[in-house]
Ligand binder design. Structure first.
Ligand SMILES: [Zn+2]
Length: 498
């Protein structure tokens, strides 16, 4: 099986990283970019050189997926998980939970450990395994190099290798085009209690119910993309079951795919049914947010507010895979996750230290007529909705909805859109690239007319200085970035840049 050009680049970059004496690079590749095929190729070449390779995964579905990918490359491998017989192949795919129990019984010593969904590799079970094999090289792969608590992966990894962006993959048809919609009613996230660093699931479900958002989610689905295969991400098991019942009452074929009371075979059947039209809707918590490959899924309905960028991106990532007859993927965000974390295709400045806070203010604009969410292309007013053509001017306020429940706060959208904070101002200015941009910002901020000219003069001076900078100082070990490594290794820059 041939790799796509950007996948080959990723393989080359990882090899260059190992050659440059990094012991533990982590590859960031958007969901749907084909990370399994990339690390299987790496495993193949490592095994061909006589090395043992251990591939660590944390879900049963991922074992099956990885085993299938290895089989497609004709690679002999074993599986360390319940129900599989032991063999002596050089490549072993292991369930983390099983391996940690059998660690001292297994005489398999990998020189390379590949960790799929590496943002999980911080729990104590992973630590035990990595300590046990402390001589092995590590390769992590993930779409979201950020732990669920927002921290980075620097504890285990020493270099972040970035793959292409979501935008690049969409533009080149490796991922589906998408439409993002929000609800006219905004969930008041600030009123929900935080528990274990995220919104309390019980309270979240109750707030959604109180505000009538659970019902609205079904209305929106019917309005935007009825009967298109959908996953509904819910707050807890009870919420998932209630939502499945509601979809059934509304005339859809729906089922709740939850961990309790649903066996692996039944789960696999549900996923198949969603693919073949026997089901319209699967409701779930997170059991299908990661690693489950269902290209046909078209719609993600977000009914779980989350503070975790990783959870949000893993959820929306489920629907971005292209499939025949799939013109668009639909995200129906009922809980303000898009406003909080930005558009799914937004460029993100990932680093081993986690996502910088400054990146988290998203340039999302919500249309006050059709409630589509989109990235605002310029600073100019009016902002025209690309979906319905509605013109927005700075002073426009969202229409008041009569009869809105107590926990609902319509002001939130208005604040997001029209009040420019100090932080936004800095960001706008940083983005400005010509005098015209500065004049626009000046108008937006009510600055004196001369400001734009002075600001632009200063910027121009900085630009010309930057161009004439002498070559940078020697770089320290941890400060390496991919461009430099590639320069040293003589590899040209990938088309998606730094
Ligand atoms: Zn619109």
């Amino acid at each position: 099986m041939n790799l796509r050009p950007y996948q080959q680049e990723a393989v080359d970059n990882l090899r260059a990283a190992f050659r440059s004496a990094f012991r533990a690079p982590v590859l960031q590749l958007p969901t749907g970019g084909g990370k399994t095929i990339i690390f299987c190729h790496i495993a193949q070449s490592a095994a061909a050189k006589g090395n043992n390779v251990l591939i660590l995964v944390h879900r049963r579905e991922l074992i099956i997926q990885t085993s299938k990918a290895l089989a497609r490359l004709d690679l002999a491998h074993g599986v360390i998980a319940p129900g599989y017989k032991k063999n002596n192949a050089a490549i072993q795919v292991a369930s983390v939970q099983t391996l940690v129990r059998r660690l001292h019984l297994i005489d398999f010593y990998p020189s390379l450990i590949i960790i799929d969904e590496a943002h999980h590799a911080v729990a104590s079970t992973w630590d035990k395994i990595l300590l046990h094999y402390d001589k092995a090289k590590l390769l992590g792969v993930t779409a979201t190099p950020e732990r669920l608590d927002g921290k980075g992966l620097e504890e285990h990894f020493d270099l972040l290798v970035k793959g292409p962006t979501v935008k690049f993959l969409i533009q080149n048809s490796f991922l589906s085009n998408l439409k993002v919609y929000t609800l006219p009613i905004v969930l008041s996230r600030s009123l929900i209690k935080i528990k274990n660093k995220d919104f309390d699931p019980e309270e979240s479900a109750q707030s959604l119910e109180d505000a009538g958002i659970n019902g609205d989610a079904i209305t929106e689905y019917t309005k935007r993309c009825p009967n298109k295969p959908a996953i509904v991400f819910c707050c807890n098991i009870r919420h998932a079951k209630q939502m499945a019942d509601r979809f059934i009452k509304a005339g859809y074929k729906a089922a709740a795919l939850v961990s309790k009371g649903v066996g692996p075979l039944e789960r696999a059947q549900m996923i198949e049914d969603l693919g073949n039209g026997n089901l319209d809707v699967i409701t779930s918590i997170d059991i299908i947010s990661e690693g489950t490959d269902i290209p046909v899924v078209t719609t993600a309905i977000l009914l779980r507010p989350t503070e975790s960028l990783t959870i949000y991106l893993q959820q929306v990532g489920r629907v971005l895979r292209p499939a025949p007859d799939k013109e668009f993927a639909y995200i129906i965000d009922c809980v303000g996750n898009v406003q909080k974390h930005g558009m799914p295709q937004q460029d993100r400045d990932w680093s081993l230290e986690g996502t910088p806070k400054k990146d988290k203010s998203p340039p999302v604009f919500i249309c006050q007529s059709c409630y589509a969410a989109f990235e605002r292309e310029s600073l100019k007013w009016p902002v025209i909705c690309p979906y319905c053509g509605h013109e927005h001017w700075p002073a426009e306020k969202p229409e008041e909805e009569p009869g809105v429940a107590l926990k609902v706060d319509l002001v939130e959208v208005e604040e997001n859109e029209n009040i420019i904070t100090q932080h936004d101002r800095k960001k706008l200015i940083a983005k400005a690239t010509c005098l015209e941009d500065f004049i626009e910002i000046g108008k937006l901020m009510d600055y004196k007319p001369g400001w734009a000219h002075i600001a632009w003069k200063e910027r121009k001076a900085k630009i010309s200085q930057a161009e004439w900078k002498p070559p940078s100082k020697p770089i320290k070990y941890r400060k390496f970035n991919m461009s430099e490594i590639m320069k040293q290794a003589g590899i040209p820059e990938p088309p998606w840049g730094k």
